[in-house]
Design a protein around this ligand. Structure first.
Ligand code: GLP
Length: 237
């Protein structure tokens, strides 16, 4: 594991964007595993700047996102599809037809999960998976549990996650209580994993996740087993 501590969110975003950009440059038809939440916003800004400066070309890139709320369609401004369009896809020259987010409106979430995993396999797997981390150690929406779930699956969000994510909604009642998330197999099979986190409030969970025991009660701890993991943490907000 390469655990990098930086002093500012700006530096974190710059480093994360450089790592992703190097993957795109070395393999223009790569598959990027992408994440939502507030942590990657600066990374997406920096990647956009690189594209605008002519340093980066997304025209052959494919992306797969980690998760989506159940019940929200892509035009809902709280959906993760909307987030991705706004923060990255609409700002660079990626082909939107090659950007994939789990379908939060799927009638059969189990079938959607299976199809999503099969699709990732058909694409040849993920070249680099970007991750944030929840306060309870969740990655994607893989919540603490007594076991790790391998497949992309439907998940009931924990109260603390609903509470944490309510800051993006008009009221707590509007936060969906379920989501579809990529499971641990697709994440762990990504050729490289890059996890970014910032803020003093994440300090405790970062210690547990990367320096504590590997346990499904801290889902991110499984990443300690990944052969090519980079973590970038900035204690300042
Ligand atoms: C959500 C997302 C996660 C993300 C987490 C942390 O729950 N599903 O993928 O890592 O929030 O978000 P933030 O970066 O805003 O702290």
């Amino acid at each position: 594991m390469n655990y990098i501590v930086v002093d500012s969110y700006k530096e974190l975003s710059r480093k994360a964007a450089q790592i992703i950009a190097s993957v795109v440059t070395l393999k223009p038809d790569c598959v990027l595993g992408l994440a939502t939440g507030s942590s990657p916003v600066g990374t997406y800004d920096r990647l956009t700047e690189m594209y605008e400066n002519g340093e980066l070309d997304f025209s052959r890139v494919t992306s797969v996102n980690l998760d989506e709320y159940v019940g929200l369609d892509g035009t809902n401004d709280q959906s993760y599809r909307y987030f991705m369009n706004k923060n990255l896809f609409d700002r660079v020259n990626i082909d939107k037809n090659r950007t994939f987010v789990p379908n939060g409106l799927a009638a059969d979430p189990a079938a959607e999960g299976e199809a999503y995993d099969n699709h990732i396999k058909e694409l040849g797997g993920i070249d680099i998976q970007l991750l944030g981390i929840g306060l309870d150690g969740h990655i994607g929406f893989n919540e603490p549990d007594s076991f790790f779930t391998k497949e992309t699956h439907l998940v009931k969000l924990h109260e603390s996650t609903i509470e944490a994510n309510s800051r993006f909604f008009a009221s707590r009642d509007e936060v969906p209580t379920t989501a579809i998330t990529m499971g641990m197999s697709s994440i762990m099979q990504a050729r490289r994993v890059l996890l970014i986190a910032n803020g003093a409030k994440k300090k405790e969970i970062m210690e547990k996740a990367f320096f504590g025991p590997i346990t499904p009660e801290v889902p991110a701890s499984i990443l300690q087993m990944h052969p090519d993991l980079t973590v970038i943490y900035c204690e300042n907000d």
